[in-house]
Ligand binder design. Sequence first.
Ligand code: ZN
Length: 240
Amino acid sequence: MRYAIFGDIHANLEAFEAVLEHANSLGCQEFVCLGDIVGYNANPSECLEKVRELGCPVVRGNHDDDSSKLKTGGNTNPVAKAAQEWTFNKLTEEQRAWLQSLRYVRQVDNFTIVHASLDHPQQWHYVTNKFDAIASIAYQFTQLCFVGHSHVPQIYVRGESVEQHDRLDIIMEEGKKYLVNIGSVGQPRDGDWRASYCVYDTETGQIAIQRIEYDIATAQEKIIAEGLPQSLAARLAEGA
Ligand code: ZN
C-alpha cells in the first residue's frame, strides 16, 4: 500500500491540488491528513471539502481548533488572529462542527498520526529537534509516527539513541522507531516555497518527503483580494 500523508494545508487550495495530483501520479492509493486544513490562506472551506471528499483519516490541528470556535484573548500573534477570525466567518456551522469532532491522535494501518506531538497532543508542542523527538517517541507505540505543525520536514530515528536523519528519503530498518515530520502543504517554513508532503510505501518501508511546485501567484492574489494580511502572501514565496 502506498500512502500520501499531508497536513498543514492552511487553506492553500493551489498547493493542495498540486499535491493530490502528484500523489495520484505516484500511484498513492490511500490518503492521510495531519490537520491544520484551515488558517492563513484564502480557501478554508474548499480545502476542508476536498479533504472530506477523500474520506481519509484526519486528526485535528491547532488552527482547525481555533478557527472553528471564536476565542477571545490568548497569545496568538495579530496576523494569525486576523486570519483566524476571517476563517471562522468563512466556514459554515456544519464545517466548524466537523472540525471540532476531529480526534487528536489516531492509528492508521501500522502507524500513528498526530498534528503536533504525542506528548500532550492538545498542547501543540513543536517537534523541531531531537529533544522534542525524544519526548514524543516516549509515547509512540508503533514503529512509525507522522507529525506536522512545525512546517519543516524532518525525520528522526530511534536506534541506540534518537538522532535526526540526514536524509528525507529513507528505508525503515527493523528494530528502529521513526518519527517523521512531513512539512507543510500550504505554508512551508524551511526556506523552500514548494509544497511538502510524504509518501510512505508499506511494502518497501520507504518514506520519502516530496516537494511540489504549485501556482503560488494565484494563491497570493486570493489572499490580497480577500483582504487577509499581505504578509501572508509574501511569506509563501519565501517559504517562511
Ligand atoms: Zn500549521
